[in-house]
Design a protein around this ligand. Structure first.
Ligand code: BGC
Length: 738
């Protein structure tokens, strides 16, 4: 039994190593080994136990005696839902009272911002702009770090084809290539250390295939082929591992009969094929839920299965703290495996600098100075306007360059701060988001702005219709805000009906009848259905939940101060019955033929095509594509073209390159996005654009494993996945093994 006295004699050596950040991995290992050698079994298990601070609901967790005591006994290695320098400092001081004084890690769901709230991740994906997405992650990382947070539970990388699933709002949309680019940008944004030595760990979640939930119902069963797993769900996770992400989080779902939290296949890939050597945290309670799944006999077995498969930290199950020691003593978990897991946790604590200064992230003054800075808000506004998609602009009614005097603003969402933030923001923060109404009043103080809520988001109440229609009739411009309130998408917010509520659609269509000067702004956390609005609305901007700067960003786009550049990151269905509808489907032996009801793969009662396909989005300008060429160079395909802005406004065009492999040992999607670039052009100017596609990006998991790039292809340049401007045949040979 190690005595307190003996340990204290060694501790100064551990804490006085000021240059620890500069040390290489061997030195981290040596240090971690020296700490490990001092630890009891209980203390080791403690490092793998993560508990919530119940911060949102109950205030400082110090009132929770058990957790405070557990911290003092070294039985908690990490916590979530404890925020702010002051509170994390308080809890850290408890952990430091434990026998070895190992600091605790604080994690948090920083999904689209900490205090400065950015557009929801799906909206950010619509920007198709990894640089901008990376900047948002950077601000979030900084705000988190100065608030005592060491670990953000982001990026969420669940590629999804089902907009009924409420969590699509947190993810990168339907395409694995776009998702991979986003993964890289976010991880670099989060994890690159700041000049003053602060840095945060990122977490790729949810590993894996969580978004394949049958029927789009959260937590539901996932039954997926190996090909779909590798080609659709896993690519962004593989990129995350390649980028050196610090951690992964397991998914709640099962995959083909085995809970993802203990799925040998995916953890073999992660640890062996992808050489990941960071931390894997379970999702909240996911280890004990393996019993509910009907996979584990009891919690003890669940612990053994999860731990031996590769889950390093148990979030909020208490399974590791209750059973892991016993399992080691019984030899069902080896101490060597336990040590490896504990070492990972210790090493990350060292990398974050916590062994040098456990309070390094807890400086209240710095927190006060840096949070919600003007620069962060400016970034939020830029990301927000780059996330807004122009879906309709009949007769080019947008942009409104000269704002008229009489403006009607209709719809409660135009004046709801909380709804601008969307889901997955801290509930303890009172929203400071700028609404559309506030932004308008601020920018046009001399205008006559009439705001009428018009519809209710909670009741079937049409009593505001008359007033709203009257206001629209009188106004020179009507802005109609429709859509979802913040709690209609998100975790456990799956919906069977994703139509914009009919009461809202009715009001909007009545307004279109009295004025041609109506702009519809749709807010929400997922692609929604609104066919009548698409047909009748003079203009539609899809505004998602845009965060702190929502109102200002919307106005930037409405007025043309920013020319919209975002594109659909996830197909918008026309009908519920089409779901899942996505662009990268297979051809089948009998593809749908519009004119042929018999024996073609179409519906007899509705269109099979989406309302707005992947990659779709309008601009206030027009762009002409010429001189399309493909060239095969060593190790890569180079696609080039000339792009000219032929319209009246400066603006950015998203150049999209798709390929189709025509035949092979495994069928391939009709199109696969393999390259994209936002190109900004002043009106009347041209630029030559080159997009390189490494052969490795053409690889596909086929019936017998990964293919190389050899084969017959078509290469497409499109304005979106269905509007193709150029296509060319291509045969790649001599690139085996690449
Ligand atoms: C979610 C995770 C989240 C965790 C901690 C779970 O319910 O699935 O995404 O990180 O809670 O809040």
């Amino acid at each position: 039994m190690k005595t307190k006295k003996a340990i204290c004699a060694i501790l100064p050596f551990l804490f006085l190593s000021a240059s620890i950040l500069a040390q290489d991995d061997t030195q981290w290992n040596t240090k971690a080994d020296s700490i490990l050698s001092l630890m009891t079994l209980d203390e080791k298990v403690g490092q793998l136990n993560m508990l919530t601070g119940n911060w949102e609901a109950t205030g400082p967790v110090l009132t929770d005696i058990n957790k405070a005591e557990s911290l003092k006994q070294g039985r908690i290695g990490s916590m979530l839902n404890v925020k702010g320098s002051k509170n994390t400092r308080e809890l850290q001081s408890l952990a430091l009272q434990s026998r070895l004084g190992i600091p605790v890690l604080f994690g948090q769901d920083v999904i689209h911002g900490y205090k400065t709230i950015f557009p929801i991740p799906l909206a950010q994906a619509a920007s198709f702009d990894p640089e901008v997405i990376g900047r948002a992650a950077r601000v979030s990382a900084r705000e988190s770090a100065v608030s005592g947070i060491h670990w953000v539970f982001s990026p969420m990388l669940d590629v999804s084809r089902d907009p009924r699933w409420g969590r699509v709002m947190e993810g990168p949309g339907e395409d694995p290539f776009l998702a991979s680019a986003i993964a890289k940008a976010m991880i670099e944004g989060y994890q690159t250390p700041f000049d003053d030595g602060l840095s945060v760990m990122a977490c790729a979640k949810h590993f894996a295939a969580y978004s394949g939930a049958i029927g789009g119902r959260d937590y539901n069963t996932v039954d997926v082929s190996l090909q779909t797993l590798h080609n659709l769900y896993l690519p962004p996770f593989k990129v995350a591992a390649e980028c050196g992400i610090a951690s992964f989080m397991s998914a709640f779902n099962e995959i083909n009969g085995i809970p993802a939290t203990a799925h040998p296949y995916i953890y073999n890939l992660l640890y062996k094929d992808w050489n990941f050597d960071g931390i894997v945290v379970s999702d909240w309670g996911a280890i004990r839920e393996m019993v509910v799944h009907g996979y584990s006999k009891d919690r003890k077995q669940a612990t053994e299965q999860a731990f031996n498969t590769g889950i390093t930290i148990d979030m909020e199950s208490n399974c590791y703290s209750n059973y892991l020691k016993e399992l080691v003593e019984e030899g069902r978990v080896t101490e060597a495996t336990l040590d490896r897991a504990v070492k990972q946790v210790l090493i990350w604590k060292m990398k974050l600098g916590l062994f040098d200064d456990p309070y390094k992230y807890c400086d209240e003054k710095r927190e006060g100075e840096e949070i919600l800075s003007a620069a962060s808000r400016e970034t939020a506004r830029d990301v927000a306007r780059k996330s807004i998609i122009l879906l309709e602009n009949k007769n080019a009614i947008l942009p409104i360059v000269n704002m008229p005097r009489d403006i009607a603003v209709i719809g409660s969402l135009a004046n709801s701060k909380r709804d601008m933030d969307g889901n997955w923001v801290s509930l303890s923060n009172e929203s400071i988001a700028v609404t559309l109404l506030e932004a308008l009043k601020q920018r046009y103080p001399a205008s006559n702005i009439t705001f009428i809520a018009g519809y209710s988001t909670s009741a079937d109440d049409r009593s505001g219709f008359g007033e709203a229609i009257e206001a629209a009739r009188k106004a020179d411009l009507t802005l109609i805000a429709l859509g979802e309130t913040w709690n209609m998408s998100g975790e456990a917010r799956s919906k069977g009906d994703i139509n914009i509520p009919s009461i809202q659609q009715e009001l909007a269509t009545e307004i279109y009848e009295v004025t041609p000067h109506a702009v519809t702004l749709i807010m929400g956390g997922r692609p929604t259905i609104f066919n009548e609005l698409s047909e009748k609305s003079p203009a539609i901007l899809y505004c998602w939940w845009l965060g702190t700067e929502a109102g200002n960003a919307i106005l930037d786009v409405v007025t043309g101060e920013y020319n919209p550049s975002a594109r659909v990151p996830m197909s918008f269905p026309k009908h519920l019955g089409q779901i899942p509808v996505y662009y990268n489907h297979k051809n089948t032996g009998r593809p749908p033929v519009e004119s042929d009801r018999n024996y073609s793969g179409r519906y007899i009662d509705m269109d099979h095509k989406p309302r707005y396909p992947f990659g779709f989005g309008l601009s206030y300008s027009e762009f002409e594509y010429t001189n399309f060429q493909t060239e095969v160079k060593p190790g890569r395909l180079v696609v080039s073209l000339n792009l000219t802005n032929t319209g009246l406004y400066d603006g950015a065009e998203l150049v999209q390159v798709y390929v189709r492999k025509l035949w092979g040992p495994s069928t391939r999607p009709v199109k696969e996005l393999k390259g994209f670039r936002q190109v900004f052009l002043k009106k009347g100017t041209s630029q030559s654009v080159q997009i390189e596609i490494p052969f490795s990006d053409l690889s596909y998991y086929e019936a017998d494993g990964w293919s190389d790039a050899e084969g017959d292809y078509k290469v497409f340049i499109g304005r979106n996945a269905t509007d193709i401007i150029f296509e060319a045949p291509l045969t790649l040979s001599g690139c085996k093994g690449l």
